[in-house]
Ligand binder design. Sequence first.
Ligand SMILES: [Cu+2]
Length: 643
Amino acid sequence: MGLGAAGLLLQSCGQSQPDGGMMGSGDAASRVYVAPGTHDEMYLFCSGGFSGNVTVYGIPSGRHLKDIAVFSQYPEKGWGYAEETLPMFNTSHGFVPWDDSHHPEFSQTAGVPDGKWLFINGNNTPRIARINLATFETDEIIEIPNSSGNHGSPFTTMNSEYVVASTRFSVPIPQEDVAIKSYKEKFKGTLTYVKVDPENGDMDIAFQILVPGLNYDLSHSGKGPSHGWSFFTCYNSEQANSLLEVNASRNDKDYIAAVNWKLAEQYVAQGKAREMAVSYMDNHMDEHTRAGVSEERTSVKVLDPADCPEMIYYLPTPKSPHGVDVDPTGEYIAAGGKLAAVIPVHSFSKMLKAIEDRAFDGDVNGIPVLRYDAVLAGEVKDPGLGPLHTEFDDKGFAYTSSFISSEIVKWKVSTQTVVDRIPTYYSIGHLCVPGGDSMKPWGKYVVALNKITKDRYLPTGPELSQSAQLIDITGDKMKLLLDFPTIGEPHYAQAIPASILAPRSVRFFKIEDNASPFVTRSEKDARVERKGNEVHVYMTSARSHFAPDNIEGIRVGDTVLFHVTNLEQDWDVPHGFAVMGARNAELLIMPGETRTLRWEPTQAGVIPFYCTDFCSALHQEMQGYARVSPVGSTTELSWSLGD
Ligand SMILES: [Cu+2]
């Protein structure tokens, strides 16, 4: 039945839409059909762009499995509402409740995604988040100082020694009140290396490199022979500060910055970095209390290339490059020039030779520019219009997205020759081959992450869902299998076999490990305590009641903190908690976890509260009352259950 329905759906699409490259509908339906009760083959982690969060889909079905709240308050998860989650949003600018998330990036071991963590950048207020892939929750958000527009981030090195961050917008560093026209003299960029603890994933900024004032756009790290280097695209070599669409498009070539980070580590060890006073926040979700802790950091080590010879070189790259992608062998470095007629593919071994031969073509603020012909492996001709990003398969082929011509172009890495192309609907940005930026692409699919949807789905007013497309790459010709809508902009995505993640997925939090200072471990410990104007309710929830469920003695003017512990020790039994008139939130509490809701009642009366997450046949009975008396009332504080 499912097969027939899916087939019909695809057929009806095929009749009203161009179906360039589409597999026969029956074949496509069978390739994406995941029977009810069975599981997808892979997880796809898709950033939400302006949503600030991450969405998880099953591949090949396109099933929407979960939203992971990261940089944006998200009511469905209570993220940014429950008191325990608020510190995760702290920055040097204060509480920032909504950001723009772009590049999910798996942690790697020996160049292969290891399924431990997913890193993602906050683009607007520069930050990197780390998601725990056992809980699918955000465990850390670290702010990046001396940065503005954290776009080229958080690309990982082969063993996740570092995740990197580069400034899209150059700014005065340190920030100061100067004329914008002083751009060329005063503005700088930074490349930041964030150390990742191999045991627990904890992130700390190891060092930053101060670089000339260009726009640093994207990055990838070397692997295999090029391990120890990272590559950053930069545009605006014109150093324009206004009307960049014209003024930053004049030069035929901009650059890829190649950074020898192992050498940078040595310079730091030799004391060549200067300590710079800064302020930035490092926010952790404590594993045992399951509460956020926010710490300010006040210093960062900064390397100046002028003191650090041989640490950084510029590779000329046509024209306004965007993505920079290193193939699985670590030898080829492809750049997507938004305005380029070709895809330049640099050779890492030629780059080393060019450095040895001093094959330089001038410098930028003292940083040598290597000769284009001395580093180039070759150019991909006819790559489509507006090539942006490249991912790789396990058979020596590359797949490049071309935004303007809305297509994916397949080319052979060793010869740089185009072998196939397929249209996308519409305006593709990033694309994702599972493992396609690592040393072990799993191949099989490429997912097109499209900016524009237009007529692909039923109209839903001015705002349309954005869209991903699943394309088969197992044969010589790419074949379109499936369109599926996404939450927010599907900016970039990474996919990993389910067999790596699913066995490690946490089912509930053990109540005996709950180290929250506000935990209530059993119903007999449930209580209410007054501390001045603060009333702390130590409450438990279990199918199908709260303890206590009758509370008296609260007064208008009190701040009531409901610390609700979900006592369930079973998979998929969260409880919710909502109290009438609470202006900030409700709660969603996972089994074994404690979450706190702040409530400031403004009116005397008897106020109901109830469970909002359907939990049992008697979910509708899961309710209680809080009596609120006027200011100055002498009603005694009391609580009960079952009286
Ligand atoms: Cu419930």
